[in-house]
Write a protein that binds this ligand. Structure first.
Ligand code: PGA
Length: 268
C-alpha cells in the first residue's frame, strides 16, 4: 500500500489568529468523516496562531506543523523559535529548507542540516524541502542541484533517522510565488517532469540509505498542486503526497486533494 503525507503550508497568508482558526476548523471538520488510513494530513499556520490552532486540533485527524525553527535550544536569539516551543503547542512536523527560506532568507543547506538534526533529536518530524530554480533547470543542472541540497541537508544523518523524515521536492519555478518567479510563468511540473525528479530522488535515497529505508521515505511534490492537477501527480509511483500552499487555504480547495490521496492509498 502506498502511503501519503498531505501538508498545507500557509506561509504568511492568514494574518490574524481568527482567520487561522477559521480555516483550521473548516479543514478539521471536513476531514473528520474521511478514513485516513495511510494518509497523514498537516497544516502549518502562522507562528502566532499555532497555540490556538493546536487547541482546536486536539483529538482530531489534522496534525500541526511549524513553518521553520532554529537549531539551538534556547537563548539570546532574537526572532527565532525553538523546537521545544513547537512541540509545546502540539506540532508534530516542521518544514525545513523551504525554497522561500533558502532563496529569500539565504538559508544554506549546512544550516538546514543543523535544524534537521535538532528536530530529529527532539522527536519533531522534519519535512525537508529541496528543488531547483528555472535557471538551474534550463542549464541542465536540476539533478545535481537537488542531489547537493540533499547531501548537505542530510549530512551525518543515519538511515534510522532518515526513516523519520519527509522529503518535499518543490521545483522553485512551480511554486506560486511572484517574488521568487518574477519573470517566469509559474507552471506545475508536468507528470513527466515530476516523474523524472521523484525517480531521481528515490534513487538517491535508496543508494544512500538502502532499499528498505530509502524506498519508504515519503517524497511529497510541491508547486501549484491543486484539485485540477493532483490526480496526475499523486498517481506517480514515487510521489507520496503534496506540500500545498495556495490550495490549502480553504477546505473547499484542500479536501479534494486529500480525497485523491485516499483514493490512491486504498488501491492495491
Ligand atoms: P503553492 O506552494 O502550492 O502555492 O505553489 C507550495 C509550497 O511552496 O509549499
Amino acid at each position: 500500500m502506498k502511503k501519503f503525507v498531505i501538508g498545507g503550508n500557509w506561509k504568511l497568508q492568514l494574518l490574524t489568529v481568527k482567520e487561522n482558526i477559521a480555516v483550521a476548523t473548516e479543514i478539521r471538520d471536513a476531514i473528520e468523516e474521511l478514513s485516513l488510513e495511510n494518509v497523514e494530513v498537516f497544516i502549518a499556520p502562522s507562528f502566532h496562531a499555532l497555540y490556538s490552532v493546536g487547541q482546536i486540533l486536539k483529538g482530531s485527524k489534522l496534525k500541526l506543523a511549524g513553518q521553520n525553527m532554529y537549531f539551538r535550544d534556547k537563548g539570546a536569539f532574537t526572532g527565532e523559535i525553538s523546537v521545544d516551543s513547537l512541540l509545546d503547542v502540539g506540532c508534530e512536523y516542521v518544514l525545513l529548507g523551504h525554497s522561500e527560506r533558502r532563496r529569500i532568507f539565504d538559508e544554506t543547506s549546512p544550516v538546514i542540516n543543523q535544524k534537521v538534526k535538532k528536530a530529529l533529536e527532539k522527536g519533531l518530524k522534519p519535512v525537508l524541502c529541496n528543488g531547483e530554480t528555472a535557471k538551474e533547470r534550463a542549464e541542465g543542472n536540476f539533478k545535481q542541484v537537488n542531489q547537493t541540497q540533499l547531501e548537505e541537508s542530510l549530512a551525518d544523518i543515519t538511515a534510522e533517522e532518515v526513516a523519520q523524515i519527509v522529503i518535499a521536492y518543490e521545483p522553485v519555478w512551480a511554486i506560486i510565488n511572484k517574488f521568487l518567479n518574477p519573470d517566469t510563468e509559474i507552471t506545475t511540473a508536468t507528470p513527466e517532469q515530476a516523474t523524472e525528479a521523484h525517480d531521481f530522488i528515490r534513487g538517491w535515497l535508496i543508494t544512500t540509505y538502502g532499499k528498505e529505508i530509502g524506498g519508504q521515505v515519503p517524497i511529497q511534490y510541491g508547486g501549484s498542486m491543486k484539485e485540477a492537477n493532483c490526480e496526475g501527480l499523486l498517481n506517480i509511483p514515487n510521489i507520496n503526497g503534496g506540500l500545498i500552499g495556495g490550495a490549502s487555504l480553504s477546505a473547499a480547495k484542500f479536501k479534494p486533494i486529500i480525497e485523491m490521496a485516499i483514493k490512491f492509498a486504498n488501491q492495491p
